[in-house]
Design a binder for this molecule. Structure first.
Ligand SMILES: NC(=O)c1ccc[n+]([C@@H]2O[C@H](COP(=O)([O-])OP(=O)(O)OC[C@H]3O[C@@H](n4cnc5c(N)ncnc54)[C@H](OP(=O)(O)O)[C@@H]3O)[C@@H](O)[C@H]2O)c1
Length: 237
C-alpha cells in the first residue's frame, strides 16, 4: 500500500506514537484522520498537517468508532489504512488488579481495535483492499511480572490480528502487527493503574516514538505480518 494520497485513520493521535505516525504519514502525502479524546491536541496537529481531519473520539464508546469511520467516508469517500494505535497500560501485580480497570483497558486495547476493524472492512472490501496496522507490545511476547493484565490485552489483540490477516487476505485487506518496546511517550504517565515495571529487565534506553512510527509506515508499505521492535540490552533483545 502506497501512502501518497491514501486516507489513513490513526487512533491515539493526540500524543506519542500516534502523533509521530500522523506526521510521518502526512509527510509521505497521506490524508490523515486523527482520533483521540483530547480535541484541542488533535485539532492543533490537524492544523499543522495539510488536509488532515481531527475527529474527537472516545474509543471506549462503540458508537463513536462507527462515527469516526462514517465521518471519514463522508469527508473523503474512502478509507485506505487504519492504524489501531490507542492504548493504555495497567501495571500492577495480578493480585491487585481490579476488574473495572481490566475492563476499561480491555475496551480500549481489544474491543476498540476489533470494532474499528469491523467498521473499515466493508468500505475497504468495496474499494478492493486496504491496510490495517495494530499496535501491540513486546510485553505480549514476554512473561513480565507486574504487567500481566496489560500484556494479556495485547496478547488478545495479537491473536485477533493474526486471525484477521488470514480472514481478510481474500479481500486484499492486509493486517499487520507492530510490537513496540518501551518508548518515550506519555504512556507510563497515564497508566490506568500502577507504575512502570522492568527494573533490570528493562531496556537501557527507551526507543523514540518516531522509530515506532517509521516501523508503522514501513509495514503499511510492505504488508509484512509483524515487526518486532526489541532493544539491544533490554526487552525483546
Ligand atoms: N510507550 C511504550 O512504552 C509502549 C510500549 C509498547 C506498546 N505501546 C503501545 O503503543 C500505543 C501508543 O501508545 P503511546 O506510547 O504513544 O502512549 P501515549 O502517548 O500515552 O498515547 C496513547 C494514546 O491513546 C489515546 N487514548 C487513550 N484512551 C483513549 C480513549 N478512550 N479514546 C481514544 N483515544 C484514547 C490517547 O489520547 P487521549 O488521551 O487524547 O484520548 C493517546 O493519544 C499503545 O497501544 C501502547 O499500548 C507503548
Amino acid at each position: 500500500m502506497e501512502l501518497d494520497r491514501a486516507v489513513v485513520i490513526i487512533t491515539g493521535a493526540s500524543s506519542g506514537i500516534g502523533a509521530a505516525t500522523a506526521r510521518l504519514a502526512a509527510g509521505r502525502g497521506a490524508t490523515v484522520v486523527l482520533a483521540a479524546r483530547r480535541a484541542e491536541r488533535i485539532e492543533g496537529l490537524a492544523d499543522e498537517l495539510s488536509g488532515a481531519l481531527a475527529v474527537p473520539t472516545d474509543l471506549r464508546d462503540p458508537a463513536q468508532i462507527v462515527r469516526l469511520v462514517d465521518t471519514t467516508l463522508d469527508r473523503f469517500g474512502r478509507v485506505d489504512v487504519l492504524v489501531n494505535n490507542a492504548g493504555q497500560g495497567l501495571h500492577l501485580p495480578l493480585e491487585q488488579v481490579r476488574l473495572d480497570d481490566l475492563a476499561a483497558i480491555t475496551e480500549l486495547n481489544v474491543y476498540a481495535p476489533l470494532l474499528a476493524m469491523q467498521a473499515v472492512i466493508p468500505p475497504m472490501r468495496r474499494q478492493g483492499g486496504g491496510a490495517i496496522v495494530n499496535v501491540s507490545s513486546m510485553t505480549s511476547r514476554m512473561v513480565l511480572p507486574g504487567a500481566g493484565a496489560y500484556s494479556a490485552t495485547k496478547a488478545a489483540l495479537t491473536m485477533l490480528s493474526q486471525v484477521a490477516r488470514r480472514e481478510l487476505a481474500q479481500d486484499g485487506i492486509v493486517v499487520s502487527l507492530v510490537y513496540p518496546s518501551v518508548t518515550a511517550t506519555e504512556f507510563h504517565a497515564s497508566l490506568r493503574a500502577g507504575a512502570r515495571v522492568g527494573g533490570d529487565a528493562g531496556p537501557v534506553q527507551p526507543q523514540s516514538p518516531e522509530r515506532v512510527a517509521q516501523a508503522i509506515i514501513e509495514v503499511i508499505r510492505s504488508g509484512e505480518e509483524e515487526v518486532l521492535l526489541g532493544q539491544e540490552g533490554g526487552w525483546g533483545r
